[in-house]
Design a protein around this ligand. Sequence first.
Ligand SMILES: Cc1ncc(COP(=O)(O)O)c(C=O)c1O
Length: 315
Amino acid sequence: MSLEQINLGWGNPYFLLQILNGSILPKFMNFEASELSYPPKDGLEELRNLTKQVIKETTGLDYDHIIITNGATSAINTILRYEKPKYVYTHEYGYPLYDKIIKGNKMVRVNDLTRPRQQDCIDLIDSPSNPTGKQVLFAHGNNSIWDAVYHSSIYTYNLNLFPKNHKYYVGSYSKLLGLAGCRVGFIAINDPFLRDELYFENWKDLAGVSALSQKFLINVLKEIDLPMFLKSGEKSLNYNREEFQKIEHLFGNQLVNEIGMFYCAKCDDRLFKFLDKCNIQYVKLDSETIRLSMGHENEITKSAISRINQMDKIK
Ligand SMILES: Cc1ncc(COP(=O)(O)O)c(C=O)c1O
């Protein structure tokens, strides 16, 4: 009998949905149909104000202006389209869609933050990074983007470490609440001129962000006990992290990251074949590196890890 596939490739934070799930979600759907007209170009005012508070509560940082976007993905796209750099400097791997976004805008990606910078460039820094969990203190230049989607106490214990001189803060309710299907992210900035420019650039992309998703998020944010939720999220992810530590020995004792949501490990042909035999899906980052998501529900993570260990015994 073939084993059912377990997908540890896709970085969906199911462990957070597990906390939000149950009877509480329908409660957040209570709004009038008349509220679902076209949303403002920078998002609903109530969500923008709540988002300022959320950033303050999760990071201690204050920003004057918020633009609501179609996920962090669209936030990054909007900023790059506006800044129009020739070169975009990133960590070695990063969010798998970085490549598509950068190339789609006819820009050149340099995935090495230690290289000397070319003129006409921008730093796009995910800190903590996907998938290594690396955190960065400084960005190059004065126009850098800080992709902060994993910068909360769910994913890191060190909230003081981030690119202090960033110009753009990019966040996402996908990673903060697990509500990736709402497709809501945001840009936070201080410059009022920039806010006006991004206001139009954001609209050009997809003519706004679903009012339904925004309304839903407003209701969730008004209801949720955020500090409690962050604690539960951290605990749940740490449970998965400990499960993953049980397979470190199979990967030559490569340690599970203490920060972030992925196990990033070097692999040889034997290990690739073994994971395929276990029917565990992973993301291949290059010919010898994989990424496994630690973001599944606790039960699924536990059964994936025990399957891997059992299969290893009968190998
Ligand atoms: C570093 C990083 N940035 C951005 C995103 C995309 O976030 P969103 O779902 O808000 O578009 C991801 C998703 O995995 C990510 O890992």
